[in-house]
Design a binder for this molecule. Structure first.
Ligand code: RFL
Ligand code: PHB
Length: 389
C-alpha cells in the first residue's frame, strides 16, 4: 500500500489529523493497535478550549458538540475554608466547553468512517522503517497478515506508550520529566453534578475535582497515593471521602449513586524534544504529558495537530517546506506554556506529603494572592481557556 501520511494511533490526535488532511485531499491511513470499542471505552478529558472547538468546526465534526457541549464561563477554586470563582468571561471574555473526549473521538471516528478513509484497528507489531531516509515505510500485522505501507511522512500520534517516540535514536531525543507522588482516582456516575461549574479543591485530605459530562452525568476525582488500588475504593468510600473534601454547602448538594467507571491515573509532566526526526513527526501524548489539573492534554494534542496539518498542507499544496521545518519549534512553544500551567495548578492544589511548613505557607500565600489580585486571576483565566495558538 501507498499513502502520503501514515498516522500511528486513533486517539483524538490521530483522528483529528486524519480529518484535517482528508479535507485538503491529502491521502492518509491510520493504524491503531486497539479496537474502536476499546478506544471509545477510555474515559479521559472533559474540557475543550476554543482552539479545539475551532479545529472540530474546521473539519465539520462539531454538530453534536455544539448541541450537547456545556459552555463554562468560569471555575471555582477552593482552598481549605476559602473559595473563589474565577470568571473567565468577565476577565478575558472567553470560555471553555465541557464535552467528553470519548464523544470527540466518537464524532471523529464516525466522520472518518462516513468518508471511507482507511483505518486499521487492531493492527499489531507496528514498526517504523527508514524514518530518516526519503522512503519511509511502516509494517504491521493485521488479521494474521503481514502488511506494509509506503508513505512520504509518518505522524506519531500513538500516545505516551506508543512505538513512534521509541523509534527515534536516544542520542537525538531529549526527555524532561517529573513524576508526581500521587494519582487521581476518577469516578463517572449518572448523578446530577454537584455544581454548575467545575470545583477544584485543595484540602488537608488532598485534592478533589468535581467535573461533569452533562446535566445528569458527573465526573469526580480524588488525589490518592500512587500505591492505592481501585479495588480498595467501594462507591461508598469514594462518596464519603469526596464529601469530606468539599465545602459544607457543596457536600450537602452531592448526589451519590453507582459508579459507571472507576480508575486511577498517575500524574506526570513530560516533554520530549525535538518533535521531528527525519520523516517522523510526534504529536499529542506521544510527545508530551501534562498532569490533568490544567485540563490541557487533549487541547495540546489538538494544537500540535493543527500545526502539523498546516505544515503538511503547505508542503503538498504550496510546495513550501517552511511549516515542516518549523513544526517542532512552533508546537514546543505552546507545549511548554501548557506544561508550566499544568505544573502550577498541580503544585498549588495538591497535598505533597514531603512538603515542609514553609511550603504550605507559600501555597496558602499563593492562593491569597489569587483571591486578592485580579491580575493573578487574569493570568489563571488566560491559561485555563488556552494560550494563543
Ligand atoms: P491517546 O488518546 O493516548 O491516543 C493514542 C492512541 O495510539 C494507540 N497506540 C498505538 N497504535 C498503534 N501502534 C502502537 N504501537 C500504539 N501504541 C499506542 C493507542 O491505543 C491510542 O488509541 O493520545 P492522543 O491522541 O495524543 O490524545 C491525548 C489525550 O488522550 C490526553 O492528553 C488527554 O486525555 C489528557 N487529559 C485531559 N486533557 C484535556 O485536555 N482536558 C482534560 O480535562 C483532561 N483530563 C486527561 C484528563 C487524561 C486523564 N488520564 C486518564 C490520563 C483526565 C484524565 C484522568
Ligand atoms: C474531566 O472532566 O475529566 C476533567 C476536567 C478538568 C480537568 C481534568 C479532568 O482539569
Amino acid at each position: 500500500m501507498k499513502t502520503q501520511v501514515a498516522i500511528i494511533g486513533a486517539g483524538p490526535a490521530g483522528l483529528l489529523l486524519g480529518e484535517l488532511l482528508t479535507k485538503e485531499g491529502i491521502d492518509n491511513i491510520i493504524l491503531e493497535q486497539r479496537s474502536a470499542d476499546y478506544v471509545l471505552g477510555r474515559i479521559r478529558a472533559g474540557v475543550l478550549e476554543s482552539v479545539t472547538v475551532d479545529a472540530l468546526d474546521r473539519v465539520g465534526v462539531s454538530q453534536r458538540l455544539h448541541q450537547e457541549g456545556l459552555p463554562h464561563d468560569g471555575i471555582e477554586l477552593v482552598f481549605e475554608d476559602m473559595h473563589h470563582r474565577i470568571d473567565f468571561k468577565k476577565l478575558i471574555g472567553k470560555s471553555v466547553v465541557v464535552y467528553g473526549q470519548t464523544e470527540v473521538t466518537r464524532d471523529l471516528m464516525a466522520a472518518r468512517q462516513a468518508k471511507g478513509t482507511t483505518t486499521y484497528y487492531e493492527a499489531t507489531e507496528v514498526t517504523l522503517h527508514n524514518i530518516k531516509e526519503n522512503d519511509p515505510y511502516v509494517t504491521f500485522m493485521y488479521q494474521g497478515q503481514s502488511m506494509t505501507i509506503y508513505c512520504d511522512f509518518i505522524a506519531g500520534c500513538d500516545g505516551f506508550h506508543g512505538v513512534s517516540r521509541k523509534s527515534i535514536p536516544d542520542n537525538v531525543i531529549k526527555e524532561y520529566e517529573r513524576v508526581y507522588p500521587f494519582g487521581w482516582l476518577g469516578v463517572l456516575s449518572d448523578t446530577k453534578p454537584v455544581s454548575d461549574e467545575l470545583i477544584y479543591s485543595y484540602t488537608e485530605r488532598g485534592f478533589s475535582l468535581c467535573s461533569q459530562r452533562s446535566a445528569t452525568r458527573s465526573r469526580y476525582y480524588l488525589q490518592v497515593p500512587l500505591t492505592e488500588k481501585v479495588e480498595n475504593w467501594s462507591d461508598e468510600r469514594f462518596w464519603d471521602e469526596l464529601s469530606q473534601r468539599l465545602y459544607p454547602e457543596a457536600a450537602r448538594h452531592l448526589e451519590t449513586g453507582e459508579s459507571l467507571e472507576k480508575s486511577i491515573a498517575p500524574l506526570r509532566s513530560f516533554v520530549s524534544e525535538p518533535l521531528r526526526y527525519g520523516h517522523l513527526f510526534l504529536a499529542g501524548d506521544a510527545a508530551h504529558i501534562v498532569p490533568p489539573t490544567g485540563a490541557k492534554g487533549l487541547n495540546l494534542a489538538a494544537s500540535d495537530v493543527l500545526y502539523l496539518a498546516d505544515a503538511f498542507i503547505q508542503h503538498y499544496v504550496e510546495k513550501d517546506a517552511t511549516g515542516i521545518e518549523e513544526y517542532s519549534q512552533k508546537a514546543l512553544k505552546r507545549i511548554w506554556g501548557a506544561e508550566r500551567f499544568s505544573w502550577y495548578m498541580t503544585t498549588l492544589l495538591h497535598h505533597f506529603d514531603q512538603d515542609d511548613v514553609f511550603t504550605d505557607k507559600m501555597r496558602r500565600a499563593e492562593f491569597m494572592h489569587l483571591l486578592n489580585s485580579e491580575y493573578a486571576q487574569l493570568s489563571l483565566a488566560e491559561n485555563y481557556v488556552g494560550l494563543p495558538y
